[in-house]
Design a protein around this ligand. Structure first.
Ligand SMILES: NC(=O)c1ccc[n+]([C@@H]2O[C@H](COP(=O)([O-])OP(=O)(O)OC[C@H]3O[C@@H](n4cnc5c(N)ncnc54)[C@H](OP(=O)(O)O)[C@@H]3O)[C@@H](O)[C@H]2O)c1
Length: 362
């Protein structure tokens, strides 16, 4: 990198579950300085602490650790009126309906790193998972050329896709993968807070359906694991059969995965491929990168959300119960755990931003 990586950043959707996690990961960030917080008209004009305080006085800060005083006193602006003169990069953490309009307003002027699905499926938009497909980010040049934008939109995937794509990437590269069957047990924080999951619905319960989630996992996994071919991404020809459920866990998506490999492999080889995955990316030493992309546990009782989601501040995917499967050809099975609001949302998006800054794209 020949230029200073210092950038002024705005967090749009700063009051939500993902937005709050952005603030946690941006406090004291060595490259990024938060110059604006934006949300809906409901929050606009209030100082941040008041914007997240309910009428009955409850502070709606949902993260571990305290809200930084520096952010607590900042005035939240209406995202529609965000002044981009003071901003080099926008982090977008709003639902896709709002994001479609807002991100299209910001991207003509500045890079937008998004947690929403608004632009994920456009032909000129890559979906980036740190350490997996950073080369796809070059596709933003097509956005700039064809849409006449100075910035771009660069989304991260749905938080359930993140851990799956990371765990599958070394398998695709080392052995090939012909088919995947996955059942998720997704955390409550993944549903956000507006309206989120109602406590009485999920207590002592499992919700067996999350609208649009299974389609997102199928499409996004194939796109992320695909190949950048000139000006487009050729999705990997990989059938992914997903069943997505919501469980009574605060943070951390667990996924039970069966994969049919393209050639036979011993479990030790699979574990070795996972353990060594992403070392070149880790060696870039980006501020938010974990020291290890995948941790493979030999303990048959791991991973567990409560015990393992915090590994390397939620940036490492934890894999356990690695074993052979006899239903799919050359089958293997494992359980993975991925922190949905850390690697799967805010800190993962920040890591993507660090990567594009290092690549000279932002
Ligand atoms: N939660 C996760 O684990 C996770 C993981 C990956 C990706 N994501 C994605 O991140 C995005 C945000 O999810 P979330 O879970 O953080 O949702 P959330 O808790 O419901 O927060 C929504 C945020 O969007 C703001 N907002 C709503 N409507 C708006 C509008 N019209 N204009 C500007 N801001 C508006 C809200 O502001 P007010 O407070 O002012 O209403 C709030 O800050 C979604 O696209 C979601 O799919 C979430």
């Amino acid at each position: 990198m020949d230029k200073s990586p210092r950038r002024r950043v705005a967090v749009v959707g700063a009051t939500g579950v993902a937005g709050q996690q952005f603030l946690v990961s941006l406090a004291n960030h060595p490259w990024f300085e938060v110059t604006a917080l934006a949300a809906s008209p409901r929050s606009a004009g209030k100082i941040y602490r008041d914007a997240i305080t309910s009428p009955s006085g409850q502070l709606g800060w949902a993260c571990d650790g305290d809200l930084s005083p520096a952010f607590a006193e900042m005035v939240v602006v209406d995202a529609q009126k965000l002044d981009l003169g003071n901003v080099d990069i926008v982090f977008s953490a709003v639902e896709s309906d709002a994001a479609r309009d807002l991100e299209a307003r910001f991207a003509p002027r500045v890079p937008v790193i998004s947690t929403s699905s608004a632009f994920r499926y456009a032909d000129d938009v890559p979906i980036i998972v740190p350490g997996v497909n950073g080369d796809h980010a070059a596709l933003v040049k097509r956005q700039q050329r064809e849409r006449d934008w100075r910035g771009f939109v660069l989304p991260i995937p749905n938080c359930t896709t993140t851990g799956l794509a990371i765990a599958l990437a070394p398998l695709v590269r080392t052995f090939g993968v012909d088919a995947v069957v996955m059942t998720s047990l997704q955390a409550l924080s993944g549903a956000g807070r507006s309206p989120g999951v109602i406590a009485m619905d999920v207590l002592d319960n499992v919700i067996p359906f999350i609208p649009k989630e299974e389609e997102k996992v199928q499409t996004e996994t194939a796109k992320i694991l695909g190949t950048l071919a000139g000006d487009r991404i050729e999705s990997l020809d990989l059938p992914v059969s997903a069943t997505c459920t919501r469980v009574n866990v605060r943070d951390g998506h667990t996924e039970a995965v069966t994969a049919g490999l393209s050639r036979p492999a011993e479990i030790e080889e699979v574990a070795a491929a996972m353990r060594s995955f992403g070392s070149e990316f880790v060696d870039l030493d980006l501020p938010s990168a974990p020291p290890q992309m995948i941790h493979v546990s030999d303990d048959p009782y791991r991973p567990q959300p409560r015990l393992d989601r915090g590994l390397n501040d939620g940036m490492t995917t934890v894999v356990g119960r690695l074993r052979k499967d006899h239903v799919l050809g050359n089958g293997i099975r494992f359980v993975l755990l991925s922190h949905n609001t850390k690697m799967g949302a805010a800190k993962g998006a920040i890591l993507v931003a660090e990567q594009v800054v290092a690549q000279g794209l932002a």
